[in-house]
Ligand binder design. Structure first.
Ligand SMILES: [Zn+2]
Length: 271
């Protein structure tokens, strides 16, 4: 009896974990459970889940998402708007409203007229189904209207600009930290005991903090095009970067408060 209970608790934990990181993974896991009985080796069970999950994520979910007012962002890393990592897409974290997608296409067209061949890299967006289902750790990414973008980066020494991509494995956590004399909002939030504010710095796996830095000119121009686009309502960026990149003139760029995560490792935009 005890063994059986432990087995079900284990299954529950897997279901919750898969649901939290990919929304549909938990349900697909439940659907696979009856077939697991026929497979003895754990590796065969994992392989079955991965195959079924991948087919659903690639073919079924994108076909159903428009019924919930969401569309998938482009999957290709060679496109104008590209994911930083395929994990984002495999975990169904790349869905937005059609309005966000068309607004981004408009922004990129203007941006590329100024900087041909420069890609815009997206990080986490939203899950495909149901409003109010947050994409953790971003609590507000729950309605298809939110999108995180990477800054544009350049090599510190050679000054050559990277075509796309971000600064760490997941795209988050390597910050353009406040310099001496600049407003230090992270320190202010830390003083208020807001530990969540610095949470993303813990996600800075495999960062490249010494060789790469944000390209102020290109990133600032991209932010300007977003702020001027009628499809976007507001953009979150740390106050010291608003000053450093001379973006004070845009009323849509706002500070998000200490309850959110810091925004000097990426920018957050909203429809
Ligand atoms: Zn965000």
């Amino acid at each position: 009896m005890g063994k059986q209970l432990l087995k079900w608790i284990g299954r529950m934990v897997v279901f919750i974990l898969l649901t939290v990181i990919s929304q549909v993974g938990g349900v697909i896991y439940l659907l696979c459970l009856p077939f697991f009985k026929k497979l003895k080796a754990s590796s065969h069970r994992i392989a079955l889940f991965v195959v079924v999950y991948s087919i659903c994520s690639l073919l079924v979910v994108p076909a159903l998402a428009p019924n919930f007012g969401r569309v998938a962002l482009p999957l290709s890393k060679t496109g104008d708007l590209r994911p930083h990592t395929w994990w984002t897409c495999w975990l169904n974290r790349h869905y937005v409203t059609p309005k966000v997608k068309t607004s981004m296409a408009r922004v990129i067209k203007k941006f590329q007229a100024e900087f041909p061949d420069q890609q815009v890299t997206y990080l986490d967006a939203n899950f495909p189904f149901w409003n109010g289902f947050p994409l953790l750790p971003h609590l507000s990414h729950d309605d298809g209207k939110k999108l995180d973008l990477a800054f544009i980066y350049k090599n510190k020494k050679t000054k050559s600009v990277l075509k796309g991509g971000a600064r760490s494995l997941l795209g988050y956590g390597v910050c353009e930290i406040p310099r001496k004399g600049e407003k230090n909002q992270p320190a202010i939030c830390k003083k208020q005991g807001r530990w969540m504010y610095n949470f993303t710095r813990k996600l800075a796996l495999r960062g490249h903090p010494t060789s790469v830095e944000a390209d102020a000119w290109r990133t600032g121009r991209l932010i300007g095009y977003i702020a001027k686009d009628p499809g976007f309502r507001r953009l979150f960026l740390e106050p010291h970067l608003v000053d450093r990149w001379q973006l004070r003139g845009y009323s849509k760029i706002v500070f998000h408060g200490c309850h959110a995560v810091r925004h000097d490792d990426h920018m957050h935009i909203e429809e």
